[in-house]
Design a protein around this ligand. Structure first.
Ligand SMILES: NC(=O)c1ccc[n+]([C@@H]2O[C@H](COP(=O)([O-])OP(=O)(O)OC[C@H]3O[C@@H](n4cnc5c(N)ncnc54)[C@H](OP(=O)(O)O)[C@@H]3O)[C@@H](O)[C@H]2O)c1
Length: 302
């Protein structure tokens, strides 16, 4: 779809939000970057803020919702707070976007799926229309947020992603890089498989989607290929010049967590490609590029 777009990014201080803002500013786009302090998506003021923004917008209005409660374990103990950000927030944004005929690009997660592997069966990547079945509070709130967006905003894109790491904020890649200074060996789970996703690549995908003629609906966007946390950790060590053999495989049982983790939550990019959107780089190539472009941010003591 051609024509100028006016962008509003919520959660602009987060891993993904900050990359969306950086990308759009680099392209000289008109973007309002709303951090949590500037726009709490759970607040009564959401509709007014969006109305004011749309009134002065020079172009088709698009809201990129990168605001969310993302602490999977803490959500188990604080379900109401998680639901506020992940259900109430998207509900307010979707309602306001619909009233303004704005497009809402809402980001969701692999955790909407069960991620359970039946013994003896080979798992396959989840398609966008596979049945959901979250097993965590975080996943349940994100799934409810998806439904709210689907029901309320005619012009919506729901984009599920996974295993996001960026230059801003904490993430697995940074933690593993830092731990090489503190531990001789590291045990990392090898029986959870997913799709590592470099936040700037995801940001580029979301912007491409919003600019496209792709039908409104639900999509998946992650780094191509699949990896275990163990494989990802070894690849990180490789990038920082540490011996990958120092990373040892272990089972999920070795790291009990408040929220169960998916054993297999690879997301199929079939509907993304079918809509003519650019396939994301393979996760291993993306990790290499990430360290080339952002080594000082990814390789810092934590
Ligand atoms: N990270 C992953 O591995 C991953 C995987 C799958 C899907 N996702 C999805 O990807 C999206 C972006 O995640 P991310 O990795 O960028 O997470 P993030 O770094 O935690 O960023 C989320 C941002 O949302 C803000 N926020 C929280 N509550 C808010 C509220 N009520 N109003 C406005 N802003 C609020 C946070 O602010 P504070 O920091 O001040 O709380 C933070 O800046 C989310 O929808 C997430 O569910 C992420």
């Amino acid at each position: 779809m051609s024509g100028r777009i006016s962008w509003l990014v919520t959660g602009a201080g987060g891993q993904l939000g900050s990359e969306l803002v950086a990308l759009l500013r680099a392209e000289d786009e008109h973007v309002v970057a709303a951090t949590r302090a500037e726009l709490d998506v759970t607040g009564d003021g959401v509709a007014d803020v969006l109305r004011d923004w749309a009134r002065t917008a020079h172009g088709r209005p698009v809201v990129l919702n990168a605001a969310a409660w993302t602490n999977v374990d803490a959500a188990e103990a604080e379900p109401d707070a998680a639901a506020a950000a992940n259900v109430d927030g998207p509900t307010r944004l979707a309602t306001a976007c619909d009233e303004l005929s704005a497009t809402l690009v809402h980001v969701s997660t692999d955790y909407v799926f069960p991620g359970v592997v039946d013994p003896g069966s080979a798992p396959r990547p989840y398609e966008v229309d596979d049945p959901v079945g979250p097993r965590t509070v975080y996943g349940a709130t994100k799934e409810a947020g998806e439904r709210a967006v689907r029901e309320r905003a005619r012009r919506h894109y729901i984009v599920r992603t996974a295993w996001v790491y960026g230059a801003v904020g904490g993430n697995f890649v940074k933690t593993i890089a830092a731990l090489r200074h503190r531990r001789d060996t590291l045990d990392v789970v090898a029986d959870q498989i997913g799709g590592p996703t470099w936040a700037p690549d995801l940001a580029a995908g979301l912007v491409e989607l919003a600019r496209s003629d792709a039908p409104h609906g639900t999509y998946h966007c992650t780094g191509a290929g699949q990896a275990s946390w163990f494989e990802l950790a070894r690849a990180v060590f490789d990038e920082v010049g540490a011996d990958p053999e120092r990373i040892r495989p272990c089972d999920t049982a070795a790291f009990p967590r408040p929220a169960p983790r998916p054993a297999y939550s690879v997301l199929s990019g079939r509907s993304w490609s079918a809509a003519g959107l650019s396939v994301q780089p393979h996760w291993r190539d993306a990790l290499r590029s990430a360290f080339e472009s952002s080594r000082s941010s990814l390789d810092t003591p934590i």
